[in-house]
Write a protein that binds this ligand. Structure first.
Ligand code: MG
Length: 301
């Protein structure tokens, strides 16, 4: 039954090409493979309990209604600009920097605490796709790294992973905006380069470097970033065409891209089918991706 469901949710534009890519990744071996994934609406579900699932940014209640309202006002102003067809990329990039910068400023000014992150995540309408744990386990067993790229907030994504998966994975790294807290647990600043929706993909692998240095519990070698760059085969997961750019910092040999098309399916399916090797529609679980990953890692020909 699971199989029929899977088949109806999976769309492949060029099955022969996909076969070929699976074969060459399989032949190169798992030590050449890495997974690059977007977070919101890719690892998490688009619909949760009948309403739109929250994003890592959207779920945050900073325990200060005045500042929550201010951030909402920014959202109402900038969000339509982000998708405006009449604003050029350069201007839009400037607007996004402005938006993210102001939002981060409000979080600091409004006295965000780590405790309110924990509480926001506990209360949030956010949920991982079914099978995310199994996918991460499958990859962890084979020492295949997973890089999660997000223009959201790394600390929130980590809290979501911790509290909703009830498990930590040593192969999973987050490349996103990272907060700095003082000893009393108050946010004082942000670390590193600002990552917004329009620059999240350029040099994302290079941006991964300071994040790696930050997470002190790494068992891997200190040149983790280099070793990630040596993994020249990629399984990429995203829910926007723009997510395809996540592998831009990498000189990859073979890339299999998976797109989750969560809404507006009729209008977007042909575009997604052309852009991604595999498209999953209807807010699909991860079982199809796990199947794909096991084909890529199979020792049989
Ligand atoms: Mg997304």
């Amino acid at each position: 039954m699971e199989d029929t469901k899977q088949a109806s949710e999976m769309v492949v534009g060029d099955p022969a090409l996909l076969e070929k890519k699976i074969d060459s990744i399989r032949l190169a071996g798992p030590h050449k493979l890495q997974v690059i994934a977007d977070f919101d609406a890719t690892l998490t579900k688009f619909w949760v309990n009948g309403t739109r699932g929250l994003s890592s940014h959207g779920l945050l209640q900073q325990g200060n209604p005045e500042y929550d309202a201010k951030r909402q006002q920014l959202y109402d102003y900038y969000h339509p600009l982000e998708f405006s067809p009449t604003i050029g990329l350069e201007e839009k990039t400037k607007l996004m920097e402005e938006w993210w910068g102001k939002t981060h400023g409000l979080l600091v000014e409004g006295g965000l605490t780590y405790e309110s992150i924990r509480k926001s995540v506990a209360d949030a309408n956010i949920s991982f796709r079914e099978g995310v744990v199994e996918l991460f386990e499958f990859l962890e067993e084979r020492d295949i790294p997973v890089l999660i790229f997000s223009a959201g907030l790394a600390d929130i994504i980590e809290e979501v992973l911790r509290s909703k998966l009830n498990k930590t994975f040593k192969n999973v790294r987050i490349v996103s905006n990272r907060m700095v807290f003082d000893d009393d647990g108050h946010l004082v600043s942000f670390k590193g380069k600002l990552i917004h929706s329009l620059n999240k993909n350029e040099h994302a692998l290079d941006m991964a470097a300071p994040v790696h240095e930050q997470s002190g519990d790494l068992n891997g070698p200190s040149d983790e970033n280099d070793s990630v760059k040596k993994r020249t085969n990629v399984l990429l997961l995203g829910d926007h065409i723009g997510d395809l750019g996540m592998s831009d910092g990498l000189n990859y040999e073979t890339r299999i891209s998976v797109g989750f098309l969560n809404h507006n399916i009729e209008n977007s399916i042909s575009c997604y089918r052309d852009a991604f090797d595999v498209v999953f529609v209807n807010d699909a679980p991860m079982w199809g991706v796990i199947k794909l990953a096991s084909q890529m890692c199979s020792s049989e020909s």
